[in-house]
Design a protein. Structure first.
Length: 299
């Protein structure tokens, strides 16, 4: 299913963010270091420090030849790959930014973080369109539904809040987790929303009504990320418990555990972020141990 292929060292501090490039075989990582790092999957090698940053990076988001970099300072930068430079830096929030997503149908960008507000930005000129308060405390996760009609926000107050994207009105709040919600992902065909939490559980919410279908005791500690495979019926989860797990996206059967304990190779600390390569051949993981690992999908 998944086997270890490569470990990239080079980061001096914990890594929190990963993003693919529009260019095949290129991805980026960033964290408590002073820059965003570019890596090649074709050469399985470090390429370069792509750009310096002014504070720790908590999230990276790639869209339409631009890389959005969310910082601890509450600012985000926009690096344009065509112009090969930072074309905007916006002081967006008073506290750290934890998540950035694009609403492609509206040509808008969403930022959120520790202040509990969500800011909506124009992708044309990065001007602020709208801002609304989702929670009184941290909002860590954003997921946009595949049909671009709804956004789910994972909040520190244990709730998941679903908003209509046409007018940013609150549709409903989902109560289920007993601790802060730390990760969210919609099934690619909008069959369900999956949430992960500090309570170590995954919850499956059926769509369109968001009824709770299933609760899975998935990990020992916080579930930090959930990533659906781009073409196959699988998803992966990563956790503070230093493991990655591969699941069946239809019946939620556990296929594989990737950890030092289970297979003799893996991360030694919390795994903060996972992404699939654009072609689905690789799963990339990173975390507090400063390592970036590449796992190959077999079969």
């Amino acid at each position: 299913m998944l086997k270890h292929l490569q470990t990239f060292s080079g980061h001096q501090n914990p890594v929190y963010a990963l993003a693919n490039s529009d260019k095949d075989g290129i991805f980026f990582s960033a964290g408590n270091d002073k820059g965003v790092v570019e890596w090649s999957l074709k050469k399985m090698a470090f390429v370069m420090v792509k750009l310096p940053v002014q504070s720790s990076v908590y999230c990276l988001h790639n869209y339409n030849n631009q890389l959005f970099i969310g910082e601890r300072s509450g600012a985000f930068s926009v690096y344009d790959f065509i112009e090969q430079k930072v074309i905007a830096r916006i002081n967006a929030h008073a506290k750290p930014i934890f998540n950035i997503q694009t609403v492609t149908s509206k040509n808008e960008l969403l930022t959120t973080g520790e202040d509990g507000s969500v800011a909506v930005w124009s992708l044309k000129d990065f001007s602020e369109i709208y801002r609304f308060q989702v929670a009184y405390d941290t909002v860590r996760a954003i997921a946009i539904s595949p049909d671009q009609t709804e956004a789910a926000f994972g909040c520190k107050d244990h709730l998941i809040r679903i908003y209509n994207l046409n007018d940013y009105s609150l549709k409903l709040s989902l109560e289920g987790h007993s601790l802060p919600v730390t990760s969210l992902a919609y099934h690619p065909e909008k069959n369900y929303l999956i949430s992960g939490s500090r309570d170590a559980q995954l919850k499956i919410w059926d769509l369109p009504g968001y009824e709770l279908r299933e609760t899975i005791p998935a990990h020992m500690f916080t579930v930090y990320d959930i990533a659906f495979h781009p073409t196959k019926p699988y998803f992966a989860t990563s956790s503070q418990d230093k493991s990655i797990k591969l699941w069946d996206a239809e019946n939620f059967k556990l296929y594989k555990i990737l950890s030092l304990e289970k297979i003799g190779i893996g991360h030694t600390h919390s795994i903060n972020k996972i992404i699939w390569s654009n072609d689905g051949k690789y799963l990339i993981s990173t975390g507090d141990d400063r390592q970036v690992m590449v796992w190959e999908m077999e079969g």
